[in-house]
Design a binder for this molecule. Structure first.
Ligand code: ADP
Ligand code: MG
Length: 723
């Protein structure tokens, strides 16, 4: 029986709908926080709108529905027109999509809050196009709030996100406000305070009951902030508690492998390398070797920008492990990257008697069985693979060293799984090419030691990056011809977006034909895309490496892994469609040799307009356009991967950046790990102190912390030992 149907205003139908979105207890309902608030400082009178058109910011008006009607454009296209009135005037709202639905949706006399950017129609009258709306009060509904007086009161109205299904059962914004008001009035006791009193007092944190009440219905912004501070603390505190335990476990009595320093293989590698290691590479290698020689298991994060030479560092460490008689595993996030690693390791080690196997999904059964057998027997020294490596049937004979590439896609849980393959506790080296902003690595990977390669190989010149438009293309192609005449090579990359992969691919193929026939008839061009078999891809790459292909036209399959020092031009078509770290990775394909390299970001100068026209949610579209501008500008401004990561994090928000679900990090709903650093540091201190004081959380006053911790991390806890 679902208890929440007994909350006034819910009942079995709504309870079922809530369950669909994961709210199946009163506690979860109370933790369904508003995503935003409507407040009087952000409410505009209708007669002020004309002045605000130019600024182009989103505004909110509150008014009653005056008229709702279907209209026709000159070429007989239907649209829906809603007229809203407040005590200063009238405003029309235009909806081109969903006409029928809107027609039925509004009732003359009901009160709405409408948010959008004011725009002028062709008669210079202000209008809203596809605004967001929030029903405040039905026509005949009893409601004690005097909405017309809202401007004069301090009321702050919570906004709740909803879905089509929820709206159908009356749980729109207004519906949520009602049931939450009831839940708070009658059922607040179904949650328990779980943070010990002394921690609350020391940090002037609200008790949980006040915090929940004030996050939903704050009387002032001060109250709201106070509530948020407590709720953020909770999220960060339990996360840091996890870090504290992992740290304890790793630094504690866990027995690792004590590798002895062995030099035969590494010396051999040294002498066969076509380059000298950088100072930074030497330094991090020393840090890694120190860890390896200590009896505790290593857990180290290796950060370094694209092209800084992490792979070869990992290889040196792996050779030490191999010489000690252990197997190594190198796990990459994609098959292409795994394959690339496998090939480059084989290339580095081609003179040495070391068996390197590749294990990815989709290999033929016979080959796969052979590889698995090799791993089981221990005859495979180094195994490179994707997450296929952490599946159950993969048994290592003597796994001693684990390298995980691209940390932010794997998380705590996967790291633990791979570790378990060892029997003993293998050393773990985590590499990230998308650097984690320095400010964050400590708190996010508090359980890892960190090494940074902060220096690119000497021969590298900074890549020059420019933003250009479609119309500049011919000039750009001339430039490409000149560089190719000097012996260089170029990439031209097209985006492939999953939903329209076929269409995109067709566009890339068409463009390729055009380039080959019309633009570069004298040159050799190759087309690389995801639909090719791995043999075909290999063949193309080999040709490009040998400079038999001058220009490689590609979809994003080249994003990771390709390493051709003679390629000096990277042209990215529809650059606005790529994410920032993706752009940085792509750019990292050039600038790998001694010649000056270039990255040209191409955009269609009308993409902003098109995007707005297509958008159903224009304010969201506007935000996206702004973010796109910032991404492109950042690329032009800097080559520094750390700076880029910071901007990326800022634009995307932490949850998205770290892909919480994949990364095994807990979701942060209210806390922002980038901006809430103050709360983060008190949470960290309290969590670490608590674990030091009461490692098993067995004292009476800490029992509730333990219970909450186990609840928050129930999926992760098999990898963490409390106490
Ligand atoms: P990333 O850190 O992006 O994984 P890689 O390990 O792929 O970088 O290295 C990029 C390229 O630079 C590779 O071709 C690698 O062999 C080469 N490289 C690595 N270290 C050095 C060095 N010290 N000097 C010159 N080239 C290097
Ligand atoms: Mg790499």
């Amino acid at each position: 029986m679902n208890e929440i149907q007994y909350v006034k205003g819910i009942g079995p139908v709504r309870a079922a709908a809530l369950k669909e979105i994961g709210i199946d207890s009163i506690q979860k309902l109370l933790y369904y926080f508003p995503y935003d608030y409507l407040d009087r400082t952000r409410i505009t009178k209708i007669n002020e709108l004309p002045k605000l058109v130019e600024a182009g910011n989103e505004v909110t008006v509150i008014g009653s529905v005056f008229r709702s009607e279907i209209k026709y454009t000159r070429n007989r296209k239907r649209f829906f027109l809603l007229t809203l009135k407040d005590d200063t005037g009238y405003i029309t709202c235009v909806f081109y999509n969903g006409v029928e639905w809107y027609q039925k949706a509004f009732e003359v006399g009901e009160i709405l809050a409408i948010s959008s950017v004011p725009e002028l129609d062709k008669f210079n009258r202000v209008q809203f196009i596809h605004p967001e709306f929030d029903r405040l009060k039905g026509k005949d509904e009893e409601d004690n709030t005097d909405w017309s007086q809202l401007l004069h009161t301090g009321a702050i109205i919570p906004k709740y996100s909803s879905t089509e299904e929820l709206r159908l059962v009356g749980l729109d914004n207004r519906g949520f406000r009602r049931i939450l008001r009831n839940a708070i009035q009658h059922k607040l006791s179904s949650i328990t305070e779980h943070i010990p009193n002394d921690i609350l007092q020391r940090n002037t944190l609200l008790d949980i009951y006040s915090a929940i009440r004030m996050v939903h219905f704050p009387k002032s912004y001060a109250e709201n902030n106070h509530a948020l501070r407590r709720l953020k603390f909770d999220e960060l505190f339990y996360f840091q508690l996890l870090m504290a335990y992992r740290r304890r476990e790793l630094k504690g009595d866990l027995k690792g492998i004590q590798f002895t320093s062995a030099h035969k293989l590494t010396k051999q590698l040294h002498s066969s390398l076509p380059f000298e290691l950088t100072k930074a590479q030497h330094r991090v290698l020393k840090e890694i070797h120190n860890d390896m020689q200590s009896p505790a298991p290593m857990n180290r994060l290796l950060q370094g920008d694209v092209g800084s030479g992490k792979t070869v560092v990992a290889l040196f460490a792996m050779l030490t492990a191999v010489e000690n008689g252990y197997q190594c595993a190198l796990m990459a996030p994609t098959e292409i990257l795994a394959e690339q690693h496998w090939q480059s390791l084989r290339n580095f080690l081609k003179e040495m008697p070391i068996s390197i196997r590749l294990l990815v999904g989709g290999q033929k059964k016979k080959l796969r069985d052979d590889i698995l057998e090799d791993i089981r027997r221990g005859s495979a020294n180094i195994v490179v693979g994707t997450h296929a490596l952490i599946q159950e049937h993969v048994q290592f004979a003597k796994l001693g060293f684990v390298v995980i590439d691209e940390q932010h896609r794997f998380g705590v849980a996967q790291r633990a799984l791979l570790r378990e393959k060892g029997g003993v506790n293998p050393d773990v080296l985590v590499m990230t090419a998308t650097p984690i902003p320095r400010t964050l690595s400590l708190t996010l990977y508090g359980d890892l030691d960190v090494s940074v390669i902060d220096e690119l190989p000497k021969n590298r010149k900074p890549i020059r990056t420019a933003l250009r438009f479609e119309k500049d293309k011919l000039k750009i192609f001339d430039f490409v011809k000149k560089e190719i005449a000097k012996g260089r090579q170029s990439y031209i990359v097209y985006p492939l977006i999953e939903e329209s992969e076929k269409v995109d691919l067709k566009a890339a193929v068409k463009e390729f034909e055009y380039l080959k026939k019309e633009v570069f008839p004298q040159l050799n061009l190759g087309l690389l895309h995801g639909r090719l078999s791995s043999e075909e891809k290999d063949e193309l790459m080999q040709q490009f490496k040998k400079n038999q292909i001058n220009i490689l036209v590609a979809t994003t399959v080249i994003e990771v892994g390709i390493d051709v020092a003679n390629a000096t031009i990277m042209i990215i078509e529809n650059a606005e469609r790529f994410g920032l770290s993706q752009l940085h990775q792509l750019r990292g394909r050039v600038g790998r040799g001694a010649e000056q390299s270039y990255c040209i970001l191409l955009t269609d100068s009308t993409y902003q307009k098109k995007k707005l026209q297509l958008a159903t949610n224009r304010s969201q579209a506007r935000q996206e356009i702004q973010a796109t501008g910032k991404r492109l500008a950042t690329m032009v401004e800097t080559n520094d991967g750390f700076k880029i990561a910071e901007v990326d994090l800022e634009l995307r928000g932490a949850g998205d950046y770290f892909g919480t679900r994949q990364s095994g990090l807990p979701g942060f709903h209210v806390a922002n790990i980038v901006t809430d650093t103050d709360i983060l540091s008190i949470a960290r201190k309290e969590a670490f102190d608590l674990v030091a004081r009461d490692p098993h959380l067995s004292r009476t006053e800490n029992k509730s912390v333990k219970k909450e911790f186990e609840y928050v991390f129930k999926d992760l806890l098999s990898y963490v030992r409390v106490g």
